[in-house]
Design a protein around this ligand. Structure first.
Ligand code: HEM
Length: 147
């Protein structure tokens, strides 16, 4: 029971961190000049939060109160996993863009990303928000063996 509570706490802590860093990225992408170094640092925070969520979520599946079979046979669990990995995929183009911008910045101190690239990154971040918004819905249904 205590182990389950610890992993549940870590799961929610990771979710809180992820939402906070994604909100920071969203806000920083509309500031000028674009804070390239900060975006890269925050992106690392995004990755670490996702790892914490995955680790704690995986631990709840493996060692949680309901047992692994409860989740394995639950289609909503797999919908939740697909949404999570979809959000992970949507985060790849922004990460690659932040890396590329940092490289350009190292070569040219006054470098600023072109508007069309910022727009594209913002689009992927919007997609991340959309997928992330659907995950808690899948989570509450999954936890109650619904529909
Ligand atoms: C951003 C991604 C995620 C979000 C926002 C999220 C959200 C949630 C929420 C809100 C709950 C509580 C549901 C409830 O008790 O009503 C929950 C529970 C849970 N999550 Fe996640 N989750 C995410 C990713 C994951 C991943 C990747 C895994 C597995 C690898 C996972 C496994 C679980 C498990 C096993 C539970 C316990 C459900 C139960 O009580 O039966 N979650 N999640």
């Amino acid at each position: 029971m205590v182990i389950d509570a610890v992993f549940a706490f870590l799961h929610f802590f990771g979710i809180g961190c992820l939402v906070a860093v994604l909100a920071m990225q969203t806000a920083l992408l509309s500031t000028t000049p674009t804070p390239i170094e900060r975006l890269n640092r925050i992106d690392l925070g995004l990755g670490l939060s996702a790892l914490l969520i995955l680790g704690a979520g995986g631990a709840r599946v493996a060692w949680g109160l309901k047992g692994i079979d409860y989740y394995w046979g639950n289609p909503v669990f797999w919908v939740k996993m697909a949404l999570f990995f979809g959000a992970g995929l949507a985060s790849v183009p922004p990460t690659l863009a932040f890396f590329a911008w940092r490289k350009e910045l190292t070569a040219k101190a006054r470098f600023q990303p072109p508007a069309d690239q910022i727009k594209r990154v913002r689009l992927f971040i919007k997609l991340e928000w959309l997928l992330l918004a659907l995950i808690p819905l899948a989570a509450v249904l999954m936890a109650r063996d619904l529909p």
